[in-house]
Design a protein around this ligand. Sequence first.
Ligand SMILES: [Zn+2]
Length: 320
Amino acid sequence: MDDSTKNAQCRKKRIAKIKKIIIICTFALIIIPIILCFLLFIKISKLENKINDLMSYTQSASIGEQKAGVSDLPAKGEDKVTNVKITDDPLNNEILDTQELSTDISTIITNENEKKVYLTFDDGPSDNTDLILDILAKYKVKATFFVIEKTDEASIKRYKRILNEGHTLAMHSSSHIYTKIYESMETYIQDVTEIQNFLFDVTGYKPTIYRFPGGSSNTVSKISINTCVSYLDSVGITYFDWNISSGDAVSTPLSTEKIINNVISGVEQENNAVVLFHDANNKLNTVEALPSILGQLTDMGAKVLPITDKTTPVQHKISK
Ligand SMILES: [Zn+2]
């Protein structure tokens, strides 16, 4: 065997070796990602099962708490997540092992237990509307204005500003004169139609949220509120009362401190709070109370929202 034959054989061997390495590398490059995908799939399935288990547990826990009459408000200083008693659950050990999953679940539970606050202003617009809007803008929150019909230029600007700044423009009545509105079904329907058409004419927006003058539980109406509600239903209007009163409707002006206290102590008791304020020229204490109220609501972690068609209505029990 001469040198050239030897060299040729060596070369062949080298090429065969390199081929082998290339084949092994290619194989590894295909197989390893497949194995990783498979492992990942198993991991995801396990996490999904844990989430489902935990969700069904938290649901049954919250039903249990409701049945037992336990308030779903977190106690002062108590973490919202611990409030649903996850730590008592046998699943807990596994959950604590999975930091990411724990964070996701915390988010879900926090959202479910989040305190929602709907600030509502009746009887406007007034000279205070712009001050109220400025404060809401400063705190970057949206509210709901149950307005009445006012045809002056300043008022029309205010209806538009309410809408332009993302608040809910809602109806309170056209005249706000109880004796006239609640005189008969005819006068009632006339008043509702009038305020809706008026607001549409001046803003191009047709409101569908309504608050009865005096609330649906008022005792001044000569007509059946139930009949009024049926009428509102038939024309696609949803009415809202309130479950927290700032107390600013009384004839002797309430102090700013008292208004703040009424609202905050009320919100502490309600997870779905609709707060009644008044937007009127003589209600400056209401305006002055707002920054402190909004500051405290922020500290409580409450979400301040405008009422929309999707908001769960807060309605008083109608007696007639
Ligand atoms: Zn009113």
